[in-house]
Design a protein around this ligand. Structure first.
Ligand code: SF4
Ligand code: SF4
Length: 108
């Protein structure tokens, strides 16, 4: 899988010394440039999805591989009330799958 940054949704988290995506990535793959997040080395991504869950603006998604989805489907995550809401959307933006998971990190 690969992480996609929607630069329209990414605010750059100007109020954070370290943005949530920078903070959680175990590979230290994010940095910010010109007010937007940038992924340093995509091949080094571990597909842990921590950044997808951490972004407060749902600016990060992953493209699902063809083995588990139809082509070009993307997975989003948002966290609310100690639940992680996973959502898979097709190329038209229609939701094709949803899953709610307890947020074990316990933070929003
Ligand atoms: S956490 Fe989301 S909005 Fe903030 S800098 Fe990272 S990608 Fe952009
Ligand atoms: S999926 Fe994990 S390793 Fe890959 S960029 Fe996001 S936080 Fe970093």
């Amino acid at each position: 899988m690969s992480v996609y940054i929607d630069t329209d949704l990414c605010t750059g988290c100007p109020d954070h010394g370290e943005s949530p995506c920078e903070e959680v990535c175990p590979g230290d793959l994010f940095f910010r440039k010109d007010g937007k997040a940038v992924l340093r080395e995509d091949p080094d991504c571990w597909d842990c999805l921590a950044c997808v869950k951490a972004c407060p603006h749902q600016a990060l998604t992953v493209s699902l591989p063809f083995q588990i989805s139809e082509s070009r489907q993307r997975m989003f995550a948002s966290i609310k009330d100690n639940l992680i809401h996973w959502k898979v959307v097709d190329v038209s933006g229609h939701t094709v799958a949803e899953y709610f998971q307890k947020n074990r990190a316990g933070k929003e």
